[in-house]
Write a protein that binds this ligand. Sequence first.
Ligand code: G1P
Ligand code: ZN
Length: 543
Amino acid sequence: MPEKIVETTPYEDQRPGTSGLRKKVSVFRKKNYLENFVQSIFDSINAPRGSVLVLGGDGRFYNIEAIRIILGMAAANGFDRAIVGKGGILSTPAASHLIRKRGAYGGIILSASHNPGGEHGDFGIKYNSENGGPAPEKLTEAIYEKSRSISRYRIVEEVEVDLENIGESKIGEMTVEVIDPVSGYADLMESLFDFASIRHLLKGDFRIRFDAMHAVTGPYAVEILEKRLGAKQGSVMNSIPLPDFGGGHPDPNLTYAEDLVKIMYGEKAPDFGAASDGDGDRNMILGGRFFVTPSDSLAVLAANAKLVPGYQDGLLGVARSMPTSGAVDRVASALGIPFYETPTGWKFFGNLMDAGRVTLCGEESFGTGSNHVREKDGLWAVLFWLNLIAAKRMSVEEIMHEHWKTFGRNFYSRHDYEDLPLESARKVMEAVESRFRDLPGTVFGKYTVLHCDDFSYKDPVDGSLSRGQGLRIVFTDGSRIVHRLSGTGTSGATLRVYLECFESNASRHKLDAQDALSELIAIAKGISGIEEKTGRKEPTVIT
Ligand code: G1P
Ligand code: ZN
């Protein structure tokens, strides 16, 4: 297994998006495509000789092949040790934890998150820094720059290491340490939550269902929910990770987690349902015939955090991404703790956490997390809810209604227009922005526009500025319409329209969100002219 320097030519399309580089599997299998990008990472991070690298992925198609290539490259690039999850498996939050716990220089996570897998699906790769969080923009830009001029990479070819058994082996000078991907993470969860009281809850007639969607959380959920917490066997469904996720779309929302949704909205629905995504960082929370929006979920966790052992001393502060509803803002102001509004994407939370400014954070896109790692964490959110249910002895729905009664309800919905031609998506954005001068003061029925802007964020920790983060139309009563283009898609453009209005009157809290938001939905369509510009009458996905 000699170390080689291989000549290569650059690809032009290796700019990482919101969460790493995502492309079709067929693109990643192009000659030197993966190698170029990995060498660009190594050339940008300048890890000193003797560094430790964490490596694993969500088990999707091409995971193991990619891991072997990256191991060979890590060895040739002077890493002292690579810590790899058995079978090449590591959920994103578990990888984040491992980087921190083992003092690694960083980690490479192979995942395209919730995007479909399989030979014709998507693949992805992202680099996380030593704090366990996604690489900051400065670094991802540097990686992209390197990828545009790369001319050679270093590799030990045809690596033969046993990734199926726990233990150590060598590639040249580098040690490959294959670890159990689950146990360290499960221990971390046990240190944060009251497992005894959750166990007690699950021993009674409280029934749960967790849908791992044939993605990475299966082994984690079986160990934690069934083995350690005693949920009935079979409570975890679709628990075996498959390279194509069983043909599904591992995105935990009402559209794609359809097996679970059927059960939770059926007769004899269990008391609690949850799902996670491809790499285990997202979560969806359901009660019997009841859906908790991620924005509300964050607010509930913040309001009740002191009931959970890991957060019993209270929260340093909370953060949400700009498009996420303002429900958590109200909790922060009631608790008198700092609150931050960041651009979309998890990396902005990491700085705030490292600086000790926030404990909890979340996004409307089914991402919730805390400073226990530097990624969002699907199972963590599930355990947080179970801990609250056990402590409050209330159902999911009761907890939510109690919350709305106290804080009011932020009705919220996201309308996605997927796979649009780039040109028409841009036209919609331009149309919205072109109205920003004349909209303020305009009255639409009961709504009056207060101000409009393209959201930008100055990081309070490192002072970096992020512009162009979404077009906001804010109304005098705090209602909002936000237009934003997705940064994670792999084909065409996805336009996201986020809608929000506030309701303090408890008698209206039971309204359906789409009904409560119907006027705003019409106003948004009128301003953007989306129907004429895209030919789409309705969004592809409504959450
Ligand atoms: C989406 C979500 C965003 C999340 C990201 C990574 O990004 O909207 O909140 O951080 O996936 O999971 P988008 O496609 O909107 O750029
Ligand atoms: Zn994910």
